[in-house]
Design a binder for this molecule. Structure first.
Ligand code: ATP
Ligand code: MG
Length: 367
């Protein structure tokens, strides 16, 4: 085992729905910083106890997966789990102080209704990405300032990762299984999720979470951090004001969607906007007349698929002034995009390409 020099890079506490979490990021000789998570007051034995109460809790408070999208239902479940947690703690660990009880019950709620220990990582505003790479590896996180860090958390098993992925999918009517081992989904807070199953992902089941940023990127923030100059931002504004369509290109995680979102502050309030995405990422200002649409995978029988392409064709019948296309991927997508432009709409979309030249090559040649 490598020996770590423990220079502390960052240290802070978080609150994950009532559970206190301590984060300490230390430099290590392991090439990347270590992101250490501790739950003060919740030791390994306590965690095991809470885990073992799972089936008893489910029996006490059954969950109707079909209703999980309903916020009121979730709030009610939350209260019921707090009550059930209190009853079980009194039964198995009589004499627990009320403070510890509060800690344990919030831990129980995170386990039953959330993503368990991952809730700690979801609560950290400094993280952009959470990566579960199978049960053999530690969970990795992408920290806004420090980049990729390795956590001290490991998934319990590949089955546990699978359970988590299915639970995430079930809430929004998506499935992940042997027949369709790749899934795009999102969490209730808007974070984007991708999951893959073994053996398609050879190292085990994976979950990658692009965390939803509570404060969407704005043009001013992007000018301030040097993403673009005031002149370029002004040019983009002029283009949008004059209904010139734009494509934003870049590599994976280069900030395409964030830039598209930041542009939304330039959309005139008098325009009707339809956005089309695979997962909900865009957040437009409240004044906009905005119809957000998302595509859907087919069910296990291969039925019910709604592709981006179909949504684009459909959007043309919804009288949009502005169309936002989350990602232009297929030849058909690109064709529809240009058709929309020809028929007088302003279209703003993102496309995977390394630079402007490549974007033109991609748009003018079949994939
Ligand atoms: N201008 C920026 N400066 C610093 N960080 C940024 C900037 N734009 C985006 N980010 C951060 O980078 C991450 C990726 O951003 P985003 O999702 O917009 O990228 P993307 O190119 O659309 O990715 P993908 O290829 O997965 O669709 C996000 O966590 C976001 O907060
Ligand atoms: Mg994107």
């Amino acid at each position: 085992m490598a020996e770590y020099t423990q220079k502390i890079l960052a240290e802070y506490n978080l609150d994950a729905h009532g559970t206190t979490v301590m984060i300490q990021i230390v430099e290590s000789s392991d090439f990347v910083p270590l992101y250490n998570v501790t739950f003060p007051g919740i030791g390994d034995a306590t965690k095991l106890l809470v885990m073992s109460l799972r089936s008893e809790l489910t029996a006490m408070v059954p969950i109707d997966p079909a209703r999980l999208e309903d916020k009121r239902y979730l709030t009610a479940l939350n209260v019921k789990y707090l009550d059930a947690g209190n009853i079980l703690i009194d039964k198995y660990v009589p004499g627990t102080s009320s403070e510890t009880k509060k800690l344990l019950t919030s831990y129980i709620v995170n386990m039953m209704l959330g993503l368990g220990d991952l809730e700690a990582l979801l609560a950290d505003e400094n993280l952009e990405e959470i990566a579960v790479n199978g049960a053999k590896d530690y969970i990795w996180v992408f920290h806004k300032e420090l980049g990729w860090c390795k956590t001290n958390m490991k998934p319990a098993s590949d089955n546990a990762i699978y359970d988590q992925a299915s639970a995430i999918g079930r809430r929004i009517g998506r499935e992940i299984n042997n027949l369709s081992p790749l899934m795009d989904a999102e969490l209730a807070d808007g974070s984007r999720v991708n999951a893959t199953l073994y053996p398609v992902s050879q190292g085990g089941n994976t979950i990658t979470i692009r965390k939803f940023s509570k404060n969407p990127w704005t043009m001013t923030a992007m000018i301030k951090n040097g993403t673009l100059s005031i002149e370029l931002a002004s040019l983009v504004w002029l283009c949008i004001q004059n209904e010139i369509s734009l494509l934003f290109s870049g590599g994976t995680a280069s900030g395409k969607t964030s830039f598209l979102n930041a542009c939304s502050m330039f959309f005139p309030a008098t325009r009707r906007i339809i956005s089309i995405e695979e997962t909900r990422e865009l957040q437009l200002p409240g004044f906009a007349q905005w119809i957000p649409m998302v595509s859907r995978d087919p069910n296990p029988e291969g039925k019910g698929e709604i592709t981006l392409y179909r949504l684009m064709v459909n959007a043309l019948r919804q009288r949009p002034d502005i169309m936002l296309i989350g990602e232009v991927r297929t030849e058909k997508d690109a064709e529809t995009l240009f058709e929309a432009i020809h028929t007088g709409h302003s279209v703003y979309g993102t496309v995977h390409a390394d630079n402007a030249q490549d974007t033109i090559v991609r748009m003018t040649n079949p994939p």
